[in-house]
Design a protein around this ligand. Structure first.
Ligand code: ADP
Ligand code: GLC
Length: 487
């Protein structure tokens, strides 16, 4: 459906530091790359602004996008000088998209250490997003921001010397409250143009530090997060520690909306990066994918033991210490464990140790590899995701699309999307609650046993493949939130 351009059409600017397929670290990139398309179909005039990190323009060129550089630049006053950026305009599946190209975005996407210098690009980006209306002939009704990296925007609308006069509306979507953008307040407060009185415990001050996410939550007109269960969890001390009080206090403006998937992109029937396609009507291609995956891992491709796969950032959140500590027990079952990911050294080393101890069962593909991830989703039998916490999680949904049965911890969005097959009403996967090896192995063993019953297994696979992971319903809920804000 084309977006009508009458005065009643809602205009929303998505302000995001990740945008798949041009820049992506995790699920935020996927969401920013797919939700706007669904919102446009729902009749919202949504557009996207994102930094042109290194490689972004090259990837857009490779995708053969038509790009034009706007005559006007965007400017932000920050750290006693003017930061300018070129606005490179394109359309991605009919979504008008603006890449901001400037020296501020010439370094790594996300800094490993946050301080005044490394936080600066994110503040500059937010101010340039607020200035975008002066460079293009379009002004949003609502700025929709995502995570701490664009949380400075609502802060600026509330407390910046210049922008706080404008009275514009903003939404803060929390994809992961574990990353908050915390650093020393000086000289940021002066350099960013925030009013001196804006730094206090009911705004963005957090134990003497700046906390951009806290500022964004307090100052945004509305706040959402990416699953109903996570929306409840983050109001508890167990989940978000010192930030839980603020989230509880702000709960009347908080809602939980589950993520969807780009089901055209994640489609086993049309996916060009897997060796054979398959669908609910014909599953044969899946065993071709399994054989190819076993070969890539250096294992015997005629082996019919269950293949457990993981595709993940290897960070504490994802519970991989449970996985490498359970490697011996997994090997005893005869299953193979194939992990694609990279992240913290101690987790990578734990998996490498497990691989050395059980070379016939464990394989780590270290790194970030988009095409290989498709092969793991397609060629696996079981998808293991034992997260300590999980705001939503997309991987478990992708795996279900590809007939790979998820085994997950019942937490956050995993709890809202994966339902244990052993419930009286049945389900689409296997779940466990206690966050330890015993809990995980209890669910994993049940899945391995069930795998041996081919008929029962196929039924579970099909259940997952038939789930509706489109954005349709959630895009409607976002639209409702926008409409509520405009009343
Ligand atoms: P998170 O955003 O916390 O990382 P999600 O499950 O929401 O978790 O999204 C992860 C996304 O990143 C999925 O699209 C997944 O396929 C992708 N991904 C994670 N690690 C890798 C990797 N090593 N190689 C390729 N894709 C990856
Ligand atoms: C975050 C979360 C993940 C969620 C993704 C997209 O990275 O860790 O659970 O799916 O954002 O919202």
């Amino acid at each position: 459906m084309a977006v009508k351009n009458d005065s009643s059409t809602l205009k929303v600017l998505f302000v995001t530091t990740e945008l798949a397929p041009f820049s992506k670290v995790g699920g935020l990139g996927d969401v920013a790359g797919s939700l706007p398309k669904a919102l446009r179909q729902a009749g919202v005039d949504v557009r996207v602004v994102t930094p042109a990190w290194p490689g972004v323009i090259e990837r857009a060129e490779a995708a053969k996008l038509k790009m034009t550089t706007s005559k006007s630049k965007v400017y932000a006053a920050y750290d006693w000088r003017i930061h300018s950026a070129n606005v490179i305009k394109t359309e991605v599946d009919k979504v008008p998209t603006y890449f901001l190209k400037a020296d501020d975005y010439a370094g790594d996407m996300y800094p490993s250490q946050l301080n005044f210098w490394t936080a600066s690009p994110f503040a500059v980006f937010c101010m340039q997003a607020l200035e975008l209306k002066n460079a293009i002939d379009w002004e949003p009704d609502i700025y929709h921001c995502h995570d701490w990296t664009s949380a400075f925007l609502p802060c600026a609308l509330a407390w910046h010397r210049y922008y706080r006069q404008t009275g514009q509306k903003s939404i803060m979507t929390l994809h992961n409250v574990a990353y908050q953008g915390v650093f020393e307040p000086y000289p940021f407060l002066d350099a960013s143009g925030l009013e001196p009185w804006s730094f206090n415990s009911s705004t963005m001050e957090f134990y003497g530090q700046i906390n951009l996410l806290k500022g964004g939550i307090v100052s945004a007109t509305a706040v959402s997060t990416v699953s109903p269960t996570y929306a409840n969890e983050i109001q508890t001390y167990e989940s978000t520690r010192e930030l839980s009080g603020i989230l509880y206090q702000q709960r009347s403006k908080l809602r939980g909306i589950i993520n969807g998937l780009d089901v055209k992109f994640w489609d086993p029937a049309g996916d060009k990066s897997i060796p054979a396609n398959f669908s609910t009507k014909d599953l044969k291609g899946k065993s071709v994918c399994k054989k190819e995956l076993l070969r890539r891992a250096g294992f015997d491709d005629s082996d019919d033991s269950p293949v457990i796969v993981c595709v993940s950032r290897l960070v504490e959140q994802k519970g991989f210490d449970m996985v490498f500590n359970a490697a011996g027990q997994i090997a005893e079952t005869g299953a193979k464990l194939l992990i694609l990911g990279s992240g913290n050294d101690w987790i990578e080393n734990g998996i490498i140790q497990a691989q050395n101890d059980y070379p016939n069962n464990v394989k780590l593909f270290k790194g970030y590899d988009e095409p290989l991830s498709h092969l793991l989703y397609a060629g696996g039998d079981i998808f293991l995701m034992p997260s300590v916490f999980e705001p939503c999680g997309l991987s478990q949904m992708i795996s279900m699309r590809y007939g790979t049965v998820p085994v997950v911890r019942e937490v956050g969005g995993l709890r809202d999307t994966v339902f244990d097959v052993d419930r009286p009403e049945g389900g689409n996967g296997f779940t466990f609650l206690t966050c330890d090896v015993d809990g995980m192995m209890w669910a994993l063993r049940r899945s391995i046993e069930r795998y041996r019953d081919k008929q029962a297994w196929t039924k579970i696979m099909l259940e997952g493949m038939r789930e509706d992971f489109t954005w349709d319903r959630s895009a409607g809920l976002y639209k409702e939130m926008y409409e509520d804000l405009m009343q």
